[in-house]
Design a protein around this ligand. Structure first.
Ligand code: ADP
Ligand code: SF4
Ligand code: MG
Length: 337
């Protein structure tokens, strides 16, 4: 399991480094203007480390995942694996580097090919990469089928014959077959029942230890992220507003938005929980169409100060490994302005 966080840790071996990623889309639904889905996002993920990414629906989590996988190209910023640039790499290099990072989606069934057997589905990334003979690929798939807790005969069945949890195991096996260094889980357990979810989380953690995988684990559900993440990044309207060790973020959340999210956890009534998650505070939500760099939470923030309407808050480190973009925690001069 996760090592206890030391104050002065030697930097872990970084497997993924995202720097200044930004992506703007044309607004949909007949609205004019541009929508900043991801805005200047930076983070690193170490070997065998899980970075949890949380934030409410529409804040840009999946767009960030797609940027990391280069399923879409960023307007700005870079992605590096083990120090090597992925963004901007030439096609042959890109193809090779694609092995480094794989993704597991929420809806595993629709991410699998319904006309292929489970074994062939799992082996498919090897075939696409031109690796091994058909027999070698099927053998590799069989080994993974056992590893993710399925039975050998499952290789010859079709995805629709499996439950949601089993489909997630198949998707995880397929994500592993190219021996990646990083896996992105985008709401991968969000659709599962609580007991199945616990089993899949257990599997995910077990595989991480076995292969020293770096994980970007995306969820709108803080309680899930708390179980699995070593560090947590909190995203709001395309920006990371707080990032730090799970322990620090849960023990002393610094950003008013993180505090609102956390205050939502123990509320048993799901309706009240949602209200709390969307902001226990009053005021209008900022629009992702808002082009300013000012604090995106200021329309809902109970601590809003004049400086919040004048100056963009930078993401600054307040203590070892814990950073926040909020003037409440910036140097006194800025906060008092
Ligand atoms: N291809 C696209 N074109 C236009 N807008 C998009 C596109 N993809 C995502 N968006 C918008 O970007 C924002 C972030 O979406 P997304 O990354 O899916 O958020 P999340 O995964 O956190 O729910 C949303 O407002 C969404 O509507
Ligand atoms: S920067 Fe200002 S408006 Fe934004 S969260 Fe902090 S106090 Fe609130
Ligand atoms: Mg999403």
């Amino acid at each position: 399991m996760a090592e206890p966080v030391q104050e002065e840790t030697v930097p872990e071996e970084t497997v993924l480094e995202a720097q200044g990623l930004s992506k703007t889309f044309a607004a949909r639904g007949g609205r004019r203007g541009a929508l900043r889905a991801v805005s200047d996002v930076s983070f690193t993920i170490g070997r065998a480390e899980t970075l949890g990414l949380v934030g409410e629906s529409g804040c840009g989590k999946s767009t960030l995942a797609r940027l990391v996988l280069r399923l879409i190209e960023p307007d700005a910023g870079t992605v590096r694996f083990a120090g090597q640039a992925f963004t901007g790499a030439a096609p042959p290099r890109t193809r090779q580097m694609r092995r480094q990072v794989q993704m597991v989606f929420q809806d595993a069934l629709s991410s699998l090919n319904p006309r292929m057997t489970v074994g062939t589905n799992i082996a498919e990334p090897m075939r696409l990469q031109g690796i091994g003979t058909e027999r070698e690929r099927q053998e590799a798939a069989q080994a993974l089928i056992a590893l993710v807790g399925l039975r050998p005969e499952h290789a010859d069945r079709y995805p629709h014959e499996f439950s949601g949890g089993q489909c997630q195991r198949i998707a995880i096996a397929r994500a592993l077959i190219l021996k990646p260094s990083v896996i992105v889980f985008d709401e991968a357990v969000s659709a599962l029942d609580v007991s199945i979810r616990a089993q899949i989380l257990h599997l995910i953690l077990d595989l991480q230890q076995r292969f020293a995988l770096g994980y970007l684990f995306i969820s709108h559900d803080l309680s899930v992220v708390k179980r699995i993440a070593d560090r947590i990044a909190v995203m709001y309207l395309g920006r990371i507003v707080e990032i730090g060790s799970s322990e620090a973020v849960y023990r002393s959340p610094l950003h008013p938005y993180t505090q609102a999210l956390l205050s939502a956890i123990p509320v048993p009534d799901p309706r009240r929980m949602r209200v709390a998650a969307l902001g226990v505070v009053e005021g209008e939500a900022a629009s992702p169409l808002d082009a300013s760099d000012l604090c995106p939470f200021r329309g809902r923030c109970p601590h809003r100060m004049p400086v919040c309407d004048e100056t963009p808050p930078a993401l600054l480190t307040t203590e070892a490994g814990h950073s926040v973009a909020c003037f409440l925690h910036h140097p006194p001069r800025a906060a008092a302005a």
